[in-house]
Each structure stands twice: as C-alpha cells, then as structure tokens.
Design a protein. Sequence first.
Length: 271
Amino acid sequence: MAIGKNKRLSKGGKKSTKRKVGDVMLNKEWYDVVAPAAFHTRQCSKTVVNKSKGTFSAADSLKGRVFEVCLADLMNKASESADDATYKSRKVQLKAEDVQGRNVLTNFHGMSITTDKLRSLLSKWCTLIEGSVEVKTSDGYTVRVFAIGFTKKRQSQVKKNCHCQTSHVKKIRTKMAEIITSTVTKSSLEKVVKNLQQDVMGDEIKKACAGIFPLRDVNIRKVKVVKTPKNTVERLLEAHGGSDSIPKSVEGGRQKMAEAPVVTEVTEAED
C-alpha cells in the first residue's frame, strides 16, 4: 500500500484513547447491617453501595438486599457445647427493610441448615421423612416450614434395617404439620425465630411421633418468609426493640470524623 493513500500510516498509526481509571471505591459508601433484637450480635456485617448521585439513591438501592449470616455469629457463640453445635449448622437470611443514617435495618427472611450438616445425617438402612407446611403467624407473616426426620431402631431390635411402612410415613407427616401449625399460629415472628434458634419444634415432633415410629435427628430443615404484611417503620422498629436499642453506626461516626474541619491551636509568641 502506498504511504500517501492511508492517512493513519503517515501519522504513525491510530492513537489509542484510553481513559484514566481512578479508584472505584472512592465513589462507594460502607453501611452497617443491623440484625433484629431476637439476636445477640446486632451489628452483624457491613455492605457497600454507590454514593447517591443525581436520581440514584443509595438508600433505595440497599432496600431488598438479602444477607446470609451464620447463626453462631449472630448469637455470639464460639464454644463447642451442644447448643453451639446447632447454632453453627444453621444459616439465617436477613432482608434489608429500611436505612437510617449509616444503619441498614433488617428483618428475618429465612433460615436453613448447612449442606454438610444435612449430608452428615444421611445413612443407610433407615427411612427419610420430610414434611412441609405453610402457616401464618399471629402478626401476619406467612411462613413456609420444612421438617426432616429419620427412623431409628427400636430397643433390643435385631433386624439390620429400620424402614417404616408408608402408612407410618403419612401419619408422621400429618403429626409434623399439626405441631408446626399449632406452634407458629400462636406466636409472633420474633417468638418463631427464638423457637428456631433452639429447635424446639424438632424436639416436640420427635416426642409426639415416638408412639408411631421412633425417630432420630428431627430438625426444621428450612424456613422461608413467603408473604409479609404491609411493612411500616413502626413495625420494623418494634422488631428491633425500639429506636433506642439500635446501635450507633460505626461508619456514620467515621464519616463525621472525615467531614469535621481540622482545628489547629496557635499559640502567640511572647514579645
């Protein structure tokens, strides 16, 4: 190709127009995630969001986010006792409902058992029984609860397996639904959460089904909040134990320190 025909060749080729990319985190803000009053650790985690700019609102962007936290971290338990073993094997989902300053106020959104815990419960020569029921709490939340249990050998049993009949499975499922329905309908969401922390419903199902067929490792496997009543600020503050019990935001304090003007003391020199 002749040199005079192509303008790019004569001027040293095409110039690259690369924009200088600055620090992305300079345009973001950190917020403290606050758990409801049913848990011991209130400030459970942090989240990041773009700064409010123009029509974009950081608070609106945060609402609806779902945070998954281990129950042991929320209950501030790190030892190896029996209760802490149940805490460590459970994950809690918290949904962001409102933003106050640099605090993101959350509400209970669900709970589930970890995969490794579920797999450790499975074994051969027994029957796995699962049941689910959709119930409405006394304060208007619709919750879907999943229960799981395994059959075990009777005392002085010689036979290798402990499989139960289909009629037994149906009766146990019915009993699971009855106990879950009676417990949840009489309680508010906060009491249901406290019940789930200790797995009280699992123990009640195990005792009630002992006459049908002996069970082991009966747990509430999963809980989902399917429908919520019309959320108001008053209802959310009630779940957090009032506005006075909400901890002060650490990130808000840092922002005030950064924005505060630096005052330097000047001492007059003696003549």
